[in-house]
Design a binder for this molecule. Sequence first.
Ligand SMILES: NC(=O)c1ccc[n+]([C@@H]2O[C@H](COP(=O)([O-])OP(=O)(O)OC[C@H]3O[C@@H](n4cnc5c(N)ncnc54)[C@H](O)[C@@H]3O)[C@@H](O)[C@H]2O)c1
Ligand SMILES: N[C@@H](CCO)C(=O)O
Ligand code: NA
Length: 437
Amino acid sequence: MDAVKVGLLGLGTVGGGTVNVLTRNADEITRRAGRGIRIIQAAARDYDAEAINGLDQIDVTDDAFAVVNNPEIEIVIELIGGYSPARELVLQAIENGKHVVTANKALIAMHGNEIFAAAQAKGVTVAFEAGVAGGIPIIKAIREGLAANQIEWVAGIINGTGNFILSEMRDKGRDFDDVLAEAQALGYAEADPTFDVEGIDAAHKLTILSSIAFGIPLQFDKTYTEGITRIDRQDVAFASELGYRIKHLGIAHKTDKGIEMRVHPTLIPERRLLANVDGVMNAVLVKGDAVGPTLYYGAGAGSEPTASAVVADVVDVVRALTTDPENRVPHLAFQPNELSDLPILGMEDVETAYYLRMQVADELGVMAEITRILADAEISIEAIQQKEPAEGDTQVSLIMLTHEVLERQMNQAIKRIEALAAVTAPVIRIRMEQLDG
Ligand SMILES: NC(=O)c1ccc[n+]([C@@H]2O[C@H](COP(=O)([O-])OP(=O)(O)OC[C@H]3O[C@@H](n4cnc5c(N)ncnc54)[C@H](O)[C@@H]3O)[C@@H](O)[C@H]2O)c1
Ligand SMILES: N[C@@H](CCO)C(=O)O
Ligand code: NA
């Protein structure tokens, strides 16, 4: 049978890696897919021709619409990124009856409901494995491997750039900006790196994971999002003394009241595997009622690790070309007419334990006032440490670990604590998770 003709949008970090992997592993990939896979046309504004092998076989244009409108092309790979014109290009490709493979989690989290409906109507597939946790086949694992389970929760380190920054800062004492610049040079960061450091990229990915896990429509706007820019070295050190690491996690949790979707820095016990996932590596823990906790680990960003997931999706699409569209694996794991409208909980309705750091004047009675406020709010304390002031300083740091409490109650208590005259700075709070199933 003839090779499947593919069009590629974008020849950057992931696009270049995709051409390289398809070129290098052409034989094995053909044996797996049952047909050859040939990129016949690619669109890019800029690219490093020296770094891409096999480009001489490809017609390169700067007009991305020429690729999605090319009648010879059966599959379009979108690796341009961003919301627009990626949305218009993908919808046009679908309208033209082409299958789509993308690494663009921003696009899927924001416009996936519209895109999947269009794909469903046209009987084509939109695959997006590379969009979540890069090279780790996490979409496939949840959607196919765990199809027997009621998924209870998902918790993961799902932004490579952020984890790389936190690891380098902790282990080597490097500066935030310096490590971020290196992550950009290595091709890990988003075009706008605030997406990485403010948690937006992780929230895109968590939105997708929640839909796949729980069978709900994509609801990016309801995902609570907090980044890593306010993590202080002091807190990393204090957490470590107490046996915890601070990791930036995406957490999706099905409770009796609804679904929690949240992205924030989190204290986790240092003995957990997730606490020891460093650098650009990602890891996702998924708890199913039948299987129990399962863990998936691998490179979350980078040229060829991401290309690995892109090419696997292309192979899946090639294998499915002969399958009746009604029988294909559904985009969001559950059949499209079976998505549920379970409520997404607001952050105030989430229950977690907390690490608190308070800066207080070194006076008699302050500790008693603070513990009274916490007791009034029914917040019980698991550990307290007082860090003595440095020579000549009159401020002490109080570190507390609490048991689980509703965020609403914690917000009220923190407000009262901050109103005390002896409390001289905003209270630092970092949520804690035991992740022990
Ligand atoms: N870099 C990673 O490690 C990684 C990992 C997973 C997912 N992703 C996702 O993959 C996608 C691509 O990321 P990247 O890092 O390869 O980006 P990149 O900036 O390295 O490459 C983008 C490519 O698209 C081209 N391009 C941009 N706008 C265009 C337009 N309008 N018309 C034609 N060409 C255009 C650029 O010229 C470039 O060749 C993004 O959605 C990103 O979120 C990246
Ligand atoms: N910027 C993303 C790319 C992978 O999705 C990250 O650092 O994780
Ligand atoms: Na993946």
